[in-house]
Design a protein around this ligand. Structure first.
Ligand code: FES
Length: 368
């Protein structure tokens, strides 16, 4: 993601800050937008690039749950944001989303980590496009609104896929983009569970359909950046379609929101030899380092967390990228990776929650 490289937030890693809920707006039957007030003292900490996300933490019945949610509002100026708005869709059995939809009220305080993530676009002239599914619209709404308002020489094409019109999040906000920039914003909606209506594409967007649809919509080869966001199946289908259409990998950015069946797509790093039985990890976090033994089979994040409870993480599933760390020395094997881009892997970054040591010593740096 070199062109859209975003500086990592420099505030303390893993630290949570209290933010008060200013509004909870119903978007659909199963989704809300939550607006959080950012006090002046935290506006620098919460300054974000369009497309970034925040991690939230909630303690209930003695257990802690963490989730990441993308910010849907446009990126703020140098003074930082007065508020953040996130979209939360109900996930079946999801503890945090159930709480957000059924209990969360104005005035409550949520614990929130500083914005992070590299699925982002710094406004610049050019033609950009996104293929999103369901709640994958959330970061792309921020990206499109920021780009169009700040860069008069930019255009954006949004292809969104939803089950039905009634389940479509941020309908009004997206319609507003079309009203404000009719010449620079192109919108295509595909509904997978509804009969075709005027101007809509019906049926699921799979690789074959996207391969036919994309060249009919825009000059695929001259698009400067593609943003794919949503469920695993849609993102992979769009990625394969783009590859088949000759789009180079460095123009494609992706963020996966759900990995349903946990496909085996681990990325072994530097040879997947068996882990040594007596490995240790040295980790640097906020300028302080420590070295600790790795217990058999555990990912490096767990070793670090046992000794440094402020280590950053959210999903522990290789999806959100919050636990990204630089591999200073040694080798690791990652179980799976749905968060790091190829250029990050090449540069030496790993997901601590998915990494196991290969060899006796590994050194990680969470500050880079
Ligand atoms: S905590 Fe989400 S990828 Fe590691």
């Amino acid at each position: 993601m070199a062109a859209e490289a975003v500086k990592r937030v420099t505030s303390r890693h893993g630290a949570f800050h209290p933010l008060r809920v200013a509004a909870v707006d119903r978007l659909t039957d199963d989704a809300v937008a939550v607006t959080l007030l950012v006090p002046p003292a935290l506006r620098e900490t919460f300054r974000f690039a369009a497309g970034q996300h925040i991690a939230v933490r909630r303690s209930a019945e003695g257990a802690e749950i963490r989730r990441t949610y993308s910010i849907c509002t446009p990126a703020p100026g140098a003074e930082g944001p007065e508020f953040l708005r996130i979209g939360v869709r109900l996930v079946e059995g999801g503890e945090f989303s159930t709480y957000a939809l059924k209990e969360l009220a104005v005035g409550e305080v949520m614990e929130v980590m500083a914005p992070a993530g590299r699925f982002a676009l710094e406004p610049r002239p050019g033609h950009f496009a996104a293929v999103v599914g369901g709640s994958g619209i959330t970061p792309v709404l921020s990206i499109a609104a920021t780009l169009l308002s700040r860069q008069p020489e930019a255009r954006f094409c949004l292809i969104r896929s939803d089950r039905t019109a009634a389940s479509t999040m941020f309908l009004e906000e997206v319609a507003d983009l079309k009203d404000r920039w009719p010449d620079r914003f192109q919108l295509v909606c595909a509904l997978s569970r509804e009969e075709q209506q005027a101007g809509l594409v019906s049926g699921r967007l799979d690789e074959e359909r996207l391969t036919g649809l994309l060249p009919a919509l825009l000059p695929v080869a001259s698009v400067d950046g593609w943003f794919l966001c949503g469920p695993y199946g849609l993102v992979r289908a769009a990625e394969r379609a783009l590859r088949g259409l000759g789009v180079s990998r460095d123009r494609v950015h992706q963020e996966i929101f759900h990995v349903d069946a946990a496909p085996a797509e681990g990325v072994p790093i530097a040879g997947a030899a068996l882990a040594a039985s007596h490995s240790s990890v040295t980790a640097t976090l906020d300028g302080r380092s420590g070295t600790w033994p790795v217990q058999d089979g555990e990912p490096l994040l767990e070793t670090v967390l046992r000794n440094r409870s402020d280590a950053p993480y959210a999903c522990k599933g290789g999806v959100c990228g919050t636990c990204r760390a630089f591999l200073v020395s040694g080798q690791v094997r990652m179980d799976r990776n749905f968060a790091l881009e190829p250029d990050e892997l090449e540069a030496g970054y790993v997901l601590a929650c998915q990494s196991h040591p290969v060899g006796e010593r590994v050194e990680l740096d969470f500050d880079r």
